[in-house]
Ligand binder design. Structure first.
Ligand SMILES: Nc1ncnc2c1ncn2[C@@H]1O[C@H](COP(=O)(O)OP(=O)(O)OP(=O)(O)O)[C@@H](O)[C@H]1O
Ligand SMILES: CC(=O)N[C@H]1[C@@H]2OC[C@@H](O2)[C@@H](O)[C@@H]1O[C@H](C)C(=O)O
Length: 374
């Protein structure tokens, strides 16, 4: 077993709302000491640059290509991560020498698992130079080289967390991450893990309220709570081959698109899309080896009361309970960032990051690229 290391994890997820940072002390295996977490929101201008970068990235056919202004966006994104690390160090009265490694996700701008192509902007060498700390980055690529979907990567961390859940979390437990996209990890009492992306998370809701009300997200689900579910629209989303196909595949942010403007009012659109998010999780859970008893929800979507209400209702109909991560003693805002810290330590130890049951990779594989400060 490896030595205990102090790691930072940095996540800039598909919602493109900002950078989450978390501290974790771990041996990359069973030992987990969860530390503080912090969020650093992007300003509207940078969010727009990232949105434009998704369009530019569509021209990429080899993962090291950086057409248009992607070189500049990648540099700025990396500088922003370096600033976040410096602020987090200062806030926690730590020095770079106190940190063994940073796990750096970067920003996914293109994800085409069918072509074994996934691109995360983020310059690991620059981040190592800027912070003075070793950085493990580009953790999805090796999985794809070995036949995996390149996502989700968080399941190995969920499995580690599952070893210490409070007694109210009956097994099988499913961890659900409702970020821009949602993904789930099933863990049974014997430690078997099965994971996959489960459908749209918040991106459609965010885009809908941005387009129709000029706001970045539906805080607390307030707008949705004023609307009604349009069942025809729900049925159309759930008929997507993503849910019905026999093979689980990982999602790109653009795989699901918004309803037409005329199809719904602001409120009905937000209500319907919140329902789609919840129903998609339950529908995807139908592909699991057994019915879950507990859903533990992390990610920003757990703060949308309409999503959580619908999820609780749909799960109850199948005999399962739903709780936010905090009710299970976990931090729903930092879990992904903690996972990237955990994955970085596993990468240093040469331990697998992904498994046939999580990404469909042919055999368990490690991954990540190490950059050390000069
Ligand atoms: N208070 C809130 N009420 C409702 N929704 C919220 C709230 N706070 C955050 N969200 C939603 O959560 C999203 C951010 O979630 P999160 O940070 O978990 O996603 P991410 O990490 O970017 O995505 P992914 O997990 O797909 O990579 C926001 O875009 C917003 O839609
Ligand atoms: C390619 C990519 O960045 N995928 C993200 C995205 O956001 C959620 C879902 O889709 C998941 O597959 C993944 O992130 C999580 C953190 C993961 O890899 O575990």
């Amino acid at each position: 077993m490896g030595q205990t290391k102090t790691a930072f994890g940095l996540m800039s997820g598909t919602s493109m709302d900002g950078i989450d940072v978390a501290l974790l002390r771990t041996d990359g295996d069973q030992l987990l000491e969860r530390g503080p977490g912090m969020g650093f929101a992007y300003d509207a201008g940078f969010r727009r640059r990232l949105q434009a970068a998704l369009e530019t990235a569509k021209a990429i056919s080899r993962r090291d290509e950086r057409p248009g202004d992607l070189v500049a966006v990648e540099r700025e994104l990396t500088w922003r991560h370096a600033d976040a690390v410096r602020s987090f160090l200062q806030e926690n009265r730590l020095l770079p020498s106190d940190v063994d490694v940073i796990g750096f996700h970067g920003q996914t701008v293109l994800h085409r698992p069918d072509q074994a192509l996934t691109v995360q902007l983020g310059d690991g060498a620059l981040l190592a130079r800027e912070t003075g700390v070793s950085v493990v980055f580009d953790m999805r690529a090796n999985d794809m080289v070995h036949g995996g979907q390149g996502a989700p990567l968080i399941p190995v961390y969920h499995a580690a967390l599952a070893r210490n859940l409070p007694p109210q979390c009956a097994f099988p437990v499913v961890f659900v991450n409702i970020g821009g996209i949602s993904n789930l990890t099933y863990v049974d009492a014997g430690g078997q893990i099965v994971a996959f992306d489960s459908g749209p998370g918040n991106t459609l809701i965010d885009q809908w309220v941005e387009a129709h009300a000029g706001i970045p997200f539906d805080q607390g689900g307030m707008i949705a709570s004023e609307g009604r579910v349009l069942s025809g629209l729900v049925a159309r989303y759930l008929a997507n081959p993503f849910f019905t196909g026999s093979k689980r595949r990982s999602l790109d942010r653009n795989d699901f698109t918004l309803p037409a403007d005329a199809e719904a009012t602001l409120e009905d659109g937000a209500r319907t899309l919140a329902h789609v998010t919840a129903a998609a999780i339950l529908k995807s859970a139908g592909h699991l080896p057994a019915r879950p008893k507990t859903f533990v929800v992390c990610g920003g979507g757990r703060l949308n009361r309409v999503i959580m209400g619908d999820l609780a209702e749909l799960a109850a109909a199948e005999g399962a309970t739903v709780m936010g991560a905090e009710a299970a003693g976990l931090n729903g805002d930092s879990m992904e960032a903690e996972a990237w810290a955990y994955l970085a330590v596993r990468s240093l130890e040469g331990l697998p990051l992904t498994f046939p049951g999580t990404t469909g990779v042919r055999a368990p594989v490690s991954g990540g690229v190490l950059a050390v400060p000069a």
